[in-house]
Design a protein around this ligand. Structure first.
Ligand code: FAD
Length: 617
C-alpha cells in the first residue's frame, strides 16, 4: 500500500502541532541547520483578530479567559465515566454534549498559549522508570536534567544566577541561558495587602507544622527559596511549602509560540510555520516509510473549535525527505495515527480505515491527574481585587500594562504545599491556594472569577495516578471530528484498591485542617465545596467521585514494547514504521510529576538531540 509517487520534498522534517512538544522540537531542529515545516491547525494568538486578544494570551492573570477565548479554544467534551448515572452527578456535566468540558488550545503554541504557566520539574523516578522500561540509559534522571538546564532561563534565583555567571556552577542546576524564562509570580510582600499577607503567612506556618519536621523543612525553604525546581529539592523528592515558578518574561506569558517565532525570524529559510493547516493523514511509501502528510488548509476546520467553519478547506500535501513528527497532543496524536491506519485493527475496521500497522496501544493508557477544589468564601473581598473586571480598562490591567506589576502579573496562585499521602511512597499531592472561585472546567467557568472577589480556592491535585484505563477512540473517520475520550475514573478504572481516591480525600482533609483557624476566626465564612455537611470518609469519597477533573491528559501513545501496549520506542519512533515519531504528552508511559508541561518541553529537547545524532550517524 503506497501513497503514490511523491514530488521532491521541500523540507527535511515536518512537525505536526506547535505545542510544548512540537514547538520546542521544530525550533531546535531548525536552529541546528535543518529545514523544517511546522504545520499548526490554529492561528497565531498575536495575529488573530479576536475578542480580548492579545491580552488574554499575554496577561498572566487572564489564563482562564485564554482557555475560554473563542478564537483559540478547542472544546473537547470527555467522559469521566461510561456509566451515565454516575456521570450525570457531576454538576459540570454538559448533557447536550454528553460530556464534561476539557479545554485545549488549537492555536500556535498549543496549550502553552492558555495554560496557567506553572513550571514544576517532574520527579526523578519518572525518568528512571522510562530508562528501566526501555533499557535506554539516556532517559535516566541524571541525564535528563541537562534538557531542563538547556531550555530554562531562570530569573527567580538572582543569587544562584550570579554565582553561576561567576563560576559556571550552581547547586540549584537551573538553566540561565535557555529560551524559556521562569519567574516567580510576585512574592507575598509585593501583593501590597497586609490582610492578605497575614492570611497567607498563617496558612504557610500551619502547612509546615502539619507536614511535620517543621524546622528541617523551614531550613530547606530558606536555603532553596521554596523553589520546587532546585536540583537539591528534586533529588530529595521533598515535600513542604513551595513557591510557584511560572513561564513568563517580565510578567508576560511566554511559551513555545515565542520560541517558534524567534527561531523562524532568525532562520527564515530553515523554519517555515504554516498556520490554519489541519493535518488529516500521514503519507507512506510501499514499505511503511513516511513520505509526508495530507492536510486541509483553512481556518477553524476542526469541529472542537468554538465556532467551527462549514467550509471544505483546501486539500494540500507536504513532503519530507527525512521524517514526520506528530506533536498534536494526547487527544489528537492517537487520532491522527488511527486516521493513517496505525492503531488497534478492530477499531480501524469499525471505521473502514485500512490497517497499515496493527498497533493495539494507540489511544489506550490515557492518564491524567485527579483534581478537586476546596472552595472557601471569605468575609471580605481581597483588597487587591477592588475594581477588577479582568478587562483592559480596569486599574489592575493599567498597572500591569504600565509596570508589569500587581495582581495581574500573577496567575492567581499564591501558595503551594507539596505533600505525600499515605497511599504513596513519593509526594503525590500538590495543594495550590488560588485567589478566586474555581471548581473545575465547564462552559463559562471563567465567569466565576470575574463575578467574585472574596474567594480562596484550594486545588488538590493528585499526581502519579494508578489509573491507566482511559481511552481515545475514533468518533468517525472524518478528521475534522474530535475523537471519543473516556477516562474511566476511579471504580471504572485500573486502581481497584481505590488508593487514588483515598489520597485525594487525604488532600482535602489536609487543606481543611490548614484553613480551620481562618474559619473559626470568621475570615472564611463558608466552605462552599465540598461543604461543611460533607465530613465523613464516605461523603468525601462520594464528593471526589462526582466532582474530580483533570487537565494534564497524556500517555496515549506510550514509549514501550509493542507487546506491552507500547506505541513508540525509546527514541520516539512509531513501531512498525520508518521516519515517523511522536513527541508530545502522549509519549509518556506514566504521567510525570505534578505539572506536566516541564516534562513535555524536556522531551522536545531530547527528541531533537536524538534526531540530530541520527543525522550525524
Ligand atoms: C486549562 C489548562 C491549563 C494548564 N495549565 C498547566 C500549567 O500551568 N502547567 C503545566 O505543567 N501544564 C498545564 N497544562 C497542561 C499543558 O499545557 C499541556 O499538557 C501541554 O501543553 C501539552 O503539550 P503537547 O505538546 O502534548 O500538546 P499541546 O500543547 O496541546 O499542542 C498540540 C498542538 O497541536 C495542534 N494540533 C493538533 N492536531 C493537529 C492536526 N491534526 N494538525 C495540525 N495541528 C494539530 C494543536 O492545535 C496544538 O497547537 C494545562 C492544560 C490546560 C488545558
Amino acid at each position: 500500500m503506497s501513497d503514490a509517487s511523491a514530488p521532491r520534498p521541500s523540507h527535511e522534517y515536518i512537525v505536526v502541532g506547535s505545542g510544548a512538544g512540537g514547538g520546542t522540537l521544530a525550533a531546535r531542529l531548525a536552529e541546528a541547520g535543518h529545514s523544517v515545516l511546522l504545520l499548526e491547525a490554529g492561528g497565531d494568538p498575536l495575529q488573530l483578530s479576536g475578542d480580548r486578544l492579545p491580552e488574554d494570551y499575554q496577561v498572566p492573570a487572564f489564563h482562564a479567559f485564554a482557555a475560554e477565548n473563542s478564537t483559540m479554544r478547542w472544546d473537547f467534551f470527555v467522559r469521566h465515566y461510561a456509566d451515565e448515572e454516575i456521570q450525570q452527578k457531576d454538576d459540570k456535566y454538559t448533557a447536550d454534549r454528553r460530556g464534561v468540558l476539557y479545554p485545549r488550545a488549537g492555536t500556535l503554541g498549543g496549550c502553552t498559549a492558555h495554560n496557567a504557566m506553572i513550571l514544576i520539574y517532574p520527579h526523578n523516578s519518572d525518568w528512571d522508570h522510562i530508562a528501566q522500561l526501555t533499557g535506554d540509559s539516556s532517559w535516566s534522571s541524571a541525564n535528563m536534567r541537562k534538557y531542563f538546564e538547556r531550555l530554562e532561563d531562570c530569573r527567580h534565583r538572582p543569587l544562584a544566577r550570579w554565582i553561576h555567571k561567576l563560576t559556571r556552577f550552581h547547586a540549584s542546576r537551573h538553566g540561565f541561558h535557555g529560551w524559556l524564562t521562569t519567574e516567580v509570580a510576585i512574592p507575598m510582600e509585593a501583593l501590597g495587602n497586609r490582610h492578605l499577607r497575614k492570611v497567607l503567612e498563617k496558612l504557610a506556618a500551619k502547612a509546615s507544622h502539619k507536614i511535620g519536621a517543621r524546622l528541617h523543612r523551614l531550613r530547606w525553604f530558606f536555603k532553596t527559596r521554596g523553589d520546587p525546581n532546585d536540583w537539591r529539592m528534586v533529588k530529595l523528592a521533598s515535600s513542604g511549602l513551595r513557591l510557584v515558578p511560572v513561564t513568563t518574561q517580565n510578567h508576560v506569558r511566554i511559551g513555545s509560540r515565542e520560541r517558534i517565532r524567534a527561531v523562524a525570524e532568525k532562520y527564515p529559510t530553515k523554519l517555515a510555520v504554516e498556520c490554519h493547516a489541519l493535518v488529516t493523514r500521514v503519507l507512506f511509501d510501499g514499505s511503511n516509510r513516511v513520505i509526508g502528510v495530507e492536510y486541509l488548509k483553512g481556518e477553524r476546520l476542526y469541529r472542537a473549535h468554538a465556532s467551527p467553519s462549514n467550509g471544505p478547506g483546501e486539500p494540500c500535501r507536504a513532503f519530507a525527505s527525512r521524517e514526520v513528527v506528530l506533536c498534536g497532543g494526547a487527544f489528537n496524536t492517537p487520532q491522527l495515527l488511527m486516521l493513517s491506519g496505525i492503531g488497534p485493527a478492530e477499531e480501524l475496521a469499525r471505521h473502514g480505515i485500512e490497517v497499515r500497522v496493527d498497533l493495539p496501544g494507540v489511544g489506550r493508557n490515557l492518564q491524567d491527574r485527579y483534581e478537586v477544589s476546596v472552595v472557601n468564601r471569605m468575609k471580605d473581598d481581597w483588597q487587591m481585587m477592588s475594581g477588577a473586571t479582568f478587562t483592559k480598562g480596569d486599574p489592575q490591567y493599567r498597572e500591569w500594562n504600565a509596570s508589569k506589576e500587581g495582581v495581574y502579573a500573577t496567575n492567581g496562585g499564591v501558595l503551594a504545599v507539596v505533600k505525600r499521602s499515605k497511599q504513596s511512597e513519593l509526594p503525590d499531592l500538590f495543594c495550590l491556594g488560588l485567589v478566586g472561585k474555581f471548581k473545575g472546567y465547564f462552559p463559562g467557568y471563567s465567569k466565576l472569577i470575574t463575578e467574585h472577589r472574596n474567594y480562596l480556592s484550594w486545588i488538590v491535585l493528585k499526581a502519579h495516578t494508578l489509573n491507566n484505563a482511559g481511552t481515545v477512540t475514533l468518533e468517525s473517520s472524518d478528521p475534522r471530528d474530535p475523537p471519543k475520550i473516556d477516562f474511566h475514573y476511579f471504580n471504572e478504572g485500573s486502581d481497584k484498591e481505590e488508593k487514588d481516591l483515598a489520597a485525594v480525600v487525604e488532600g482535602i482533609e489536609f487543606v481543611r485542617a490548614m484553613t480551620e483557624e481562618l474559619r473559626v476566626k470568621g475570615v472564611i465564612v463558608e466552605e462552599e465545596l465540598p461543604g461543611q455537611h460533607c465530613r465523613s470518609d464516605r461523603q468525601l469519597k462520594q464528593f471526589v467521585r462526582e466532582n474530580a477533573w483533570g487537565h494534564h491528559a497524556s500517555c496515549t501513545c506510550p514509549i514501550g514494547p509493542k507487546e506491552h501496549g507500547g506505541v513508540v520506542s525509546s527514541d520516539f519512533r512509531v513501531h512498525g514504521t520508518q521516519g515517523l515519531r511522536v513527541v508530545d504528552a502522549s509519549a509518556f508511559p506514566r504521567i510525570p510529576g505534578f505539572f506536566i508541561v516541564s516534562a513535555v518541553y524536556m522531551i522536545g529537547e531530547k527528541a531533537a538531540d536524538v534526531m540530530l545524532a541520527g543525522v550525524k550517524n
